[in-house]
Design a protein around this ligand. Structure first.
Ligand SMILES: [Zn+2]
Length: 287
């Protein structure tokens, strides 16, 4: 049961003297060994059995520069947390079920979470469908699990940062807000959906979005819908990071231009497969 239990045990970083860098779940990315794989210690040049405190000194983090998407996300996350080497609090663990930290262990809440996992399976086809773009599928997958370091998650992890959305600065930046309810991403979805042939958007929650992606309808093929939706999710996340870290922003119209190019590239790359043969025609139909 250890593997199962590990999913519920969240580590809170203090001075980093107790937590395992690779095996504890101390960042929103999950246990780093799972995210980086067994070559992770070599990639970041942090020993497999290092504690979190071993990965930094009073000047900063000692990780090697980012060479992969996972490393980039980790570096990005580390810039948002206080340096453990300068912290006076001890590390601690909490039992977390469905995003809520429990004061004490609850068998019933934990069991209902374990049991409900079966319904997750229906989502896998939305992400790892035949012909997916790995980078887009990956971001969508992490978003689906609500593990992207959105500001409300970072604040919940104890960080002293503003919680307002990086796109609109009006509402707290949760996953559902950022991708589905924000007025900026709403405008981007407007362009994408019009291009797919829809007149309005029927999803403003992640559950509804999931259902929409899975639904076979007469408007557009499920494959094109998934390609476009994943490109949109990835593009919104990239834009959010650019605004936060580089201070540059693009208009929804130019974001859509990039999504359009992404979708075309994906289709062109797979045009020899039967599934993708007619997708370009479909994508250009409402241009
Ligand atoms: Zn917003």
């Amino acid at each position: 049961m250890r593997g199962l239990a590990a999913g519920f045990l969240k580590a809170k970083v203090g001075n980093g003297q107790r937590l395992s860098f690779w095996y504890d779940r101390w960042t929103p990315l999950g246990p780093l060994i799972t995210r980086f794989g067994e070559l992770g210690p070599r990639e970041l040049q942090i020993d497999e059995y290092a504690l979190v405190k071993d990965a930094c000194n009073s000047e900063g983090w000692l990780l090697r520069g980012a060479r992969s998407q996972a490393a980039e996300e980790l570096h990005l996350h580390l810039t948002t947390i206080p340096l453990p080497s300068l912290s006076a609090t001890d590390d601690s663990y909490v039992w977390e079920v469905g995003g809520n930290e429990l004061q004490e262990f609850s068998t019933s809440k934990t069991w209902s979470q374990v049991r409900n996992r079966a319904t997750e399976q229906r989502w896998t086809q939305n992400i790892w469908f035949k012909g997916h773009t790995p980078r887009h599928a990956f971001t969508t997958w992490v978003a689906h699990q609500d593990r992207l370091p959105t500001r409300t998650r970072l604040v919940a992890w104890g960080m002293q940062i503003p919680s307002l959305c990086c796109l609109c600065s009006l509402v707290d930046e949760s996953r559902d807000h950022l991708f589905l309810r924000c007025e900026v991403s709403g405008t981007v979805w407007g362009y994408v959906l019009r291009r797919l042939g829809y007149f309005h958007r029927g999803f403003h929650t992640w559950v509804a979005f999931t259902d929409w992606m899975r639904l076979r309808d007469t408007v557009v093929s499920v494959t094109l819908k998934r390609v476009a939706a994943q490109a949109t999710i990835a593009s919104i996340w990239t834009e959010r990071n650019k605004r936060l870290h580089d201070g540059v922003s693009q208009t929804p119209a130019s974001l859509f231009k990039k999504i359009d190019r992404n979708v075309r590239d994906t289709i062109l790359g797979k045009r020899k497969t039967a599934l993708f043969q007619h997708l370009m025609q479909e994508w250009l139909r409402h241009e």
